[in-house]
Design a protein around this ligand. Sequence first.
Ligand code: GDP
Length: 295
Amino acid sequence: MFEELSDKLDGVLSRFRQRGVLTEPMIREGLREVRRVLLEADVNFKVTRDFLGRVQERALGESVVKSVSPGQQIVKIVHDELAALLGEGRPTIKWVSSPPTILMVVGLQGSGKTTTSAKLARRFAAEGRTPMLAACDLQRPAAIEQLQTLGRQIDVPVHAGTFGGDPVATAKAAVDAARAQGCSVLIVDTAGRLQIDETLMDELRRVRDGVQPQEILFVADAMTGQEAVRIAEGFDQALDISGVVLTKMDGDARGGAALSIRGVTGKPIKFVGVGEGVDDLDSADPERMAGRILQ
Ligand code: GDP
């Protein structure tokens, strides 16, 4: 995660660290290097520009130049602003007082929706909650079977619709089943496509309106960089998502999607997928992620 970005930023910032004295032109020059590194890491152009604006304002304004260790202070400013770019504190889920809390998981096919649904169920069970999974991607028999297999593996009940059936009716029936079985959280896995299209968005809107979820989590493949950000915008406009799960962060050395998605959509990253296994899900802690970038 972030290895390439981390190495390059370290290279640029170590020049700051080594200097005992820093002048304003040196700071401006160094921050231009940081800008280049972020753009190479596929961070959104506007996000990069705003980020550097904030860093520069603080670096030139907080009497950094006159301080005892100006280089260290600039590194700290970059760290703080990276964390701010990623989010505000550890994200939470809106739990309801009368269960089940309903989470709808949406995203393109192959982004990691079904795997993420199972990972979330696993995590909630470990926290002492009683999850149920709902298989509402009824366009591909393999998707229903995949969730059922994962459900068995993690010992979580799966309410599945039938291939070709109505996802709205299935989702509503799953809510009834979760309530009847006393499950505290229902995770609704939905259909995906290879690209955003109106038929998909219409189906997802109908599922949303049918079950009124507390959370709509958009699952994005971090490896696809700015494409993931563009697709997040599309899903947010159509569905008003409540948060993002960035998957395949274990393979994302650049970090473009991670650093841009909140700045572009305004929606927080809530979880990150860090592998194919059912336990490979972390909560998205901005401080920790910024710490991984600036080790
Ligand atoms: P869906 O079509 O959106 O439901 O996607 P799947 O859940 O079937 O995932 C597609 C592929 O991505 C599968 O091979 C998963 O094992 C893999 N995958 C999902 N999340 C992660 C992750 O965080 N890291 C890695 N390395 N692979 C992942």
